[in-house]
Write a new protein. Structure first.
Length: 319
């Protein structure tokens, strides 16, 4: 605990009364000529983006923050947004040539692994993650003992769909002080009520989706979940990123919905939804990754969610 208190004491230097926005600068050295976009996640729940070209292997960003703030870098040379901490200081990042191979995923977020200098909070966060080695109990203990740390809501948000929901609610209720003055705290206030509505035991919310194309309807049909009648049958909903995932599906998906004696299977493919990952049901149902599955009882009560295909027989035969 003394180690964590040391981290927290450094971060709380920002918390003495009102905090004014101060300047930061960021210089990024990149092996690629592709432009980079910096996104800063502000405490009012908004984001600020800057897109910069690479000149002489470098891109330069400037802005203001009130204290340690989460940010991300992305571009065509980076496979997914890479998160790191910035603060009012001069920061440098040296993206490595083998950058894609260095990505490490902690929870739902990819952490920047390339060398970064000038951000004390970023170094402290890396030490915390390495010390805990992503162990669930260690990270939860950190949040319990440091509820004012700006790291706490970020960690909670990162593992929002992985930790047990009662524990999420408990840890969220502890957050205080500077932890509440962060983008991720604002997002938690919005997403936790949504998750609560889609937990096992809750009625599945109605949503619209487009079925895979058929000969009679080459563009697919738009349906409501509530329009599917499955009296006396359970409904297995499987959401895949692409239609080609058919080859690896557990149940032979000869069509979008197929009927068995006690189970109907509905396969939905994200590449056939016009908005792709921004399809409303992705946020409505808090789907963190694909493929993803729900099992509904005949009255559309959620029996299970987020399970793997090999777990289906066990779930079906559990009294």
């Amino acid at each position: 605990m003394s180690f964590w208190r040391g981290i927290l004491s450094g971060l709380l230097l920002w918390a003495g009364g009102s905090v004014c926005a101060q300047n930061f600068s960021l210089a990024v050295t990149s092996p690629s000529s592709a432009p980079l976009t910096l996104t800063v996640y502000l405490s009012d729940g908004t984001t600020h983006q800057q897109k910069k070209a690479i000149r002489h292997r470098q891109a330069f960003f400037e802005g203001t923050v009130e204290g340690p703030t989460i940010a991300s870098l992305e571009g065509s040379a980076i496979p997914r947004p890479q998160y790191f901490w910035i603060e009012p200081s001069k920061i440098t990042i040296d993206l490595q040539p083998d950058f894609p191979e260095q990505i490490q995923t902690k929870g739902a977020l990819a952490l920047l692994q390339s060398p970064l200098r000038g951000s004390r909070s970023n170094s402290s966060y890396r030490i915390l993650i390495e010390d805990c080695q992503s162990q669930e109990t260690c990270l939860q203990e950190y949040i319990e003992h440091n509820p004012q740390s700006v790291f706490a809501p970020f960690l909670l948000y990162s593992y929002l769909m992985e930790w047990d929901f009662p524990q999420i609610e408990h840890l969220f209720s502890l957050l205080d002080g500077e932890a509440r003055n962060t983008w991720h705290y604002k997002m938690l206030t919005q997403k936790i009520p949504v998750i609560k509505q889609s937990l096992p035991g809750s009625k599945m919310q109605d949503f619209t989706f487009i079925t895979s194309p058929r000969m009679a309807h080459p563009k697919g049909d738009t349906l409501h979940l509530d329009s599917l009648s499955h009296p006396g049958q359970m409904l297995l909903i499987q959401i895949f990123p692409q239609g080609k995932t058919l080859d690896t599906c557990y149940l032979s998906p000869l069509s979008d919905s197929q009927t068995a004696d006690s189970l109907m299977v509905l396969n939905i493919y994200l590449d056939q939804q016009p908005q792709g990952w921004d399809t409303p049901f992705m946020n409505q149902l808090m789907i963190p990754h694909l493929p993803y599955r729900f099992l509904l009882q005949p009255d559309n009560t959620i029996l299970a969610r987020g399970f793997q295909e090999w777990q289906i027989p066990r779930i079906l035969h559990t009294p």
